[in-house]
Design a protein around this ligand. Sequence first.
Ligand SMILES: *[C@@H]1O[C@H](CO)[C@@H](O)[C@H](O)[C@H]1NC(C)=O
Ligand SMILES: *[C@@H]1O[C@H](CO)[C@@H](O)[C@H](O)[C@H]1NC(C)=O
Length: 262
Amino acid sequence: MEEASRHGKESCIGPFLVIPQDVNSSIDSNPTSIDESSNVVLRYRTPHFRASARVLVPPMACKETWTVGWIQACNHMEFYNKYGTKGMSSWELPDLRDGKIQAISDSDGVNYPWYGNTTETCTIVGPTKKDTKFTVSMNDNFYPSVTWGVPVSDSNLPQLSSIRRDQSFTTWLVAINQATAETLVLQTIRWRMQLHIEVDPDKPLGQRATLREPVAQEQPHILGKNEPIPPNAMVKPNANDAQVLMWRPKTGDAIVVIPPKY
Ligand SMILES: *[C@@H]1O[C@H](CO)[C@@H](O)[C@H](O)[C@H]1NC(C)=O
Ligand SMILES: *[C@@H]1O[C@H](CO)[C@@H](O)[C@H](O)[C@H]1NC(C)=O
């Protein structure tokens, strides 16, 4: 099956074998925790998304180098912080928001296209005489800070009234030939993180925020049919460097509070 996607090239590596029951993915069952210890920002920590896969690479006849690991892209991002009747701040990915791209890389910003280079990838250098077996794993969660006061004002007056977040990701288990860039998609996972925190800014610090539904996250879906990796999921910039913080007042024009890093 994988052979079909190899464009009829002479194969040095036996067909990749990824045992389906050995690809695991879940989002931890603990709810998002909220930290009100700072009088400048509210912090929250979402449960972790996790993925792991046991991979078996059959003996390789040739002198080839393959890296197997996880690549992740963000497909959708809504991340709004409401400040009563004043307006809202929002983290946005302009090209994704405007439909110019389908997905944006969620790489660590160093090891493109990979999500990371510790547990997330494994590199096999051929020729090898025996099966090579290993596990690659990754995890992701959000741990942001949101100012209690309106971001564009000098006032520290707490006005934050709610936080809403809805983000979707695709995570691929991929094998890439280092010399030819030949790419095999071995598994595709889709997942989503949704969050709603209600805030009463008039209450004392420590008593303001309440987590609303969904308290538990929808579990990831391991797809029965792989999806191709869109080009922007493989290259710079990543979501961290491309995101902008906007202030969107109830009336008047939007303001860029934090421009993109790249
Ligand atoms: C997948 O989960 C099962 C059951 O918890 C576990 O036995 C197995 O080792 C896991 N596999 C991987 C690759 O993490
Ligand atoms: C991971 O990437 C960093 C940054 O490029 C590099 O310094 C480090 O040596 C790499 N680690 C491994 C295990 O490849």
